[in-house]
Write a protein that binds this ligand. Sequence first.
Ligand SMILES: Nc1nc2c(ncn2[C@@H]2O[C@H](COP(=O)(O)OP(=O)(O)O)[C@@H](O)[C@H]2O)c(=O)[nH]1
Ligand SMILES: [Mg+2]
Length: 330
Amino acid sequence: MARRREWTQETLVAGVRAGNKLALARAITFVENGDPLALALVRDLFPHTGRAFALGITGPPGVGKSTLISALVRHVRARGETVGVISVDPSSPFSQGALLGDRIRLADHFLDEGVFIRSMGTRGHLGGLAEATLQAMLVLDAAGKDLLFLETVGTGQSEVEVGGIADTVLLVLMPGSGDSVQALKAGIMEIPDVIAVNKMDHPAAKTLLNEVRSILSLDREREWRPPIVLTEALREENIAELWEAVERHRAFLGEEGRLESRRRTKLAGEVFAVASSRAKQHLERAVSGDPELRRLLDEVHERRLDPLSAVRAIMERVFKLEDEKRADAA
Ligand SMILES: Nc1nc2c(ncn2[C@@H]2O[C@H](COP(=O)(O)OP(=O)(O)O)[C@@H](O)[C@H]2O)c(=O)[nH]1
Ligand SMILES: [Mg+2]
């Protein structure tokens, strides 16, 4: 174990930029705990971000996302690229030796200086998990990692939507992922950039492949046709083919300024999403802490006040109170 060390903003910024694993671990812990230092840290690091290529890996639980990431990490490391992994998957966290049957292989990654893997806890985020994930990705980006992998459980309504942060989105499915296929077909789930049909050792893998292929072929207008790759993550089959499909999408993004415009839209979306979630928290707190506002809700319940008049009164009171607070502070 490393000895305890007190970090300052300056030493942390320097440590993160040098890619120091201890500094990275600490910085992300600060981010997770909503420590005030995290805000200052990311502010200092932000000008050094934007270099990394971010791949989002999403899909239902159990399809093999974590296993696939482990295989992809080995593949890209063999090509000399450094990689940071953030996993927002409570079901199969990446911790030392947490992946059953894959302990030894993952342990290699933990010893590798060019790899940083971190599982995000799903509890105790002051500003929400989405906010913490965004910050953690920025920290790894500033650390100079060439590639960032973000694992999320994609059910179409997760707290952290990978599409908001990643440059390229990889959807992982396996035989039995019928719900996701239906969601794709119905347009509930956004069309990903690349699809992996994992567990190709399963007899129904080819059927799923054809099903997904026929759904995607309905949409002829698309500029980008998402490649579908059969994989077997556990035995590292077709990992090179999958990575090649990801790289093809990356090259596609590199043409005609697509990457820049995609990032602009996504970053703006992230900023707006975080602001909205904070505004919501603020409103909820204001209402629950204010008897006057709670009384308005009672009045709505008793049908003495209509809902929209209550909304108006709440908005006026919450934001006017804010103005008064600011005036007092001045
Ligand atoms: N048969 C088979 N099992 C796999 C394959 N890939 C992953 N698994 C297993 O599927 C289970 C879930 O894998 P995991 O990576 O944790 O899935 P995640 O929840 O999507 O991250 C584990 O027991 C893996 O060993 C594969 O290609 N074939
Ligand atoms: Mg997982």
